[in-house]
Design a protein around this ligand. Structure first.
Ligand code: SF4
Length: 192
């Protein structure tokens, strides 16, 4: 079951609220660092890194994964099965040598292992994690994710950028007022 409309917006807003706070945002930026992709209380990626950071990272689109285990078979230090949800995910970026990783990617029968920019990784890994779904009626409850995680990540990052710009404008406005000297204030024309 995928996240729909209102619920999906709520999920993004909650994640956004965490990210926009300066201290948590710093955590997020650090998430693109070497180990833990955690950038907030309820907002975290999953994989860690082995060795030096590289521009590209591996990401499994769990919506498309059919749980065949091929990737884990070929590169078990990189991929792991999420038994609870029946799909693979990346546990350690570059946990195996490049040859094994390439074989894994090529062996995926549904081509759901993607190379993504490192900067995109934490948001993608956060969004693809199933979120608990509130129950409605007899068949309610369960887990849900955005139907298209790449589109969702794009929207999420756009929202993040817009809000950061708005915050920046607000801050600049405050600085201008705060930095006004007494002479400047006095020189201002007074309204009748
Ligand atoms: Fe999923 Fe592809 Fe790995 Fe099979 S090879 S478990 S489909 S990611």
């Amino acid at each position: 079951m995928f996240v729909q409309g209102h619920e999906y917006t709520l999920m993004l807003n909650e994640a956004y609220e965490v990210l926009i706070k300066d201290n948590l945002r710093r955590d997020y930026d650090a998430s693109i660092g070497p180990m833990n992709v955690q950038f907030g209380r309820n907002v975290s990626g999953y994989s860690s890194w082995k060795g030096p950071l590289r521009p590209q990272a591996l990401f499994v689109d769990a919506n498309a994964c059919i749980g065949c285990r091929e990737c884990v078979h070929h590169a078990s230090n990189t991929f792991v099965m999420d038994e609870a949800h029946g799909c693979a995910r990346v546990r350690v970026q570059y946990g195996d040598d490049d040859q094994k990783i390439n074989v894994s990617v090529d062996s995926c029968p549904v081509n759901c292992i993607h190379w993504v920019d490192r900067e995109e990784l934490a948001v993608l890994e956060f969004l693809i994690q199933p979120q608990p779904k509130e129950g409605y009626g007899v068949f309610g409850g369960g887990w849900e994710r955005p139907a298209n995680v790449f589109v969702a990540a794009k929207a999420f990052n756009k929202q993040l950028k817009q809000q950061a710009e708005a915050q920046g404008r607000q801050r600049n406005g405050r600085v201008t007022v705060e930095e006004e000297t007494p002479d400047q204030a006095e020189a201002k024309p007074t309204l009748p």
